[in-house]
Design a protein around this ligand. Structure first.
Ligand SMILES: [Mg+2]
Length: 276
């Protein structure tokens, strides 16, 4: 009798566990299936893909970079330290707006799996003016460094993509990917370049591409204040490319909380929007 009771009790527990597992599986599936509320970014992707204004801003940034580089070559002739230019990759010299377009069409959020697939297709186009400027820099004896938060799994595809488009000096010494997956700071990589080279300029689409001052500013107010504090550098040593599609500006909106639901993110956006 008691044996039978234990037996059925155990069966009940197994059944309960099974139901629990099924319901949590169901919850996971529902979360996965929940469509991303990302249509608010549609205008940004279209702007990136269709506007002459975006092309003009890119040309403007790379022309300014060339002027600043020429000025440095003219003015600092006695400085024997070799010169370097540091560029970010995504949305600075490679255009990934088609990946963003795919996220919109499929109503899904960015994830590492689809992003790695995109990187390894090596199919991104060049940001207008980028190849020409970097080839010019290389032709003047300036070392180009590509400092990107793409990772090791994406490195080969990235190198292939950059070489295919004609970017100069792409190799293991110059393509510096993110190796510590828990820490996205670019500061140690910038430091390793500045140990041997004089960094004439840095180019990026995100404030975090320029200095750890920005990397350590993780609120909207502190990022605005840091941009104001360094305003003399923009257009001179820091040269900015436009990217309204994504970036740390957006992480700041969500308070760097990557666990917010789609509804919570939408609410954060609504609460920050200013009108009159
Ligand atoms: Mg970028």
């Amino acid at each position: 009798m008691s044996l039978l009771f234990v037996h059925s009790h155990r069966r009940f527990r197994i059944l309960a566990l099974l139901l629990l597992a099924l319901s949590s599986l169901n919850a996971v599936a529902q979360t996965l299936a929940e469509p991303a509320q990302n249509t608010y970014i549609e205008g940004a992707v279209l702007w990136q893909q269709t506007s002459g204004e975006r092309r003009a801003l890119s040309y403007q940034a790379f022309l300014l970079a060339r002027l600043m580089l020429d000025r440095d070559l003219r003015m600092n002739r006695r400085d024997r330290k070799p010169r370097a230019v540091i560029v970010d990759v995504d949305e600075t010299i490679l255009d990934n707006s088609r990946y963003e377009g795919m996220l919109l069409q499929q109503r899904v959020n960015y994830n590492q799996k689809t992003w790695t697939e995109w990187c390894n297709r090596a199919d991104a186009t060049a940001v207008p003016g980028a190849v020409e400027f970097l080839r010019y820099a290389a032709s003047r004896g300036v070392q180009v460094f590509y400092i990107t938060n793409r990772n090791e799994a994406q490195k080969q595809g990235t190198a292939t993509n950059l070489k295919k488009l004609g970017f100069p000096n792409v190799n293991d010494q110059t393509l510096l990917v993110q190796t510590d997956l828990k820490n996205s700071t670019k500061e140690p990589r910038r430091q390793s370049v500045s140990a041997k080279f004089r960094i004439v300029l840095l180019m990026g689409d995100d404030l975090n591409d320029f200095s750890d001052v920005f990397e350590n500013s993780r609120t909207i107010d502190s990022r605005m204040a840091a941009a104001d504090r360094y305003q003399e550098e923009f257009g001179k040593r820091f040269i900015m490319l436009p990217n309204p599609m994504y970036g740390n500006w957006e992480n700041a909106i969500y308070g760097y909380n990557f666990k917010l639901t789609e509804a919570e993110k939408a609410e954060k956006r609504r609460s920050l929007l200013k009108g009159y």
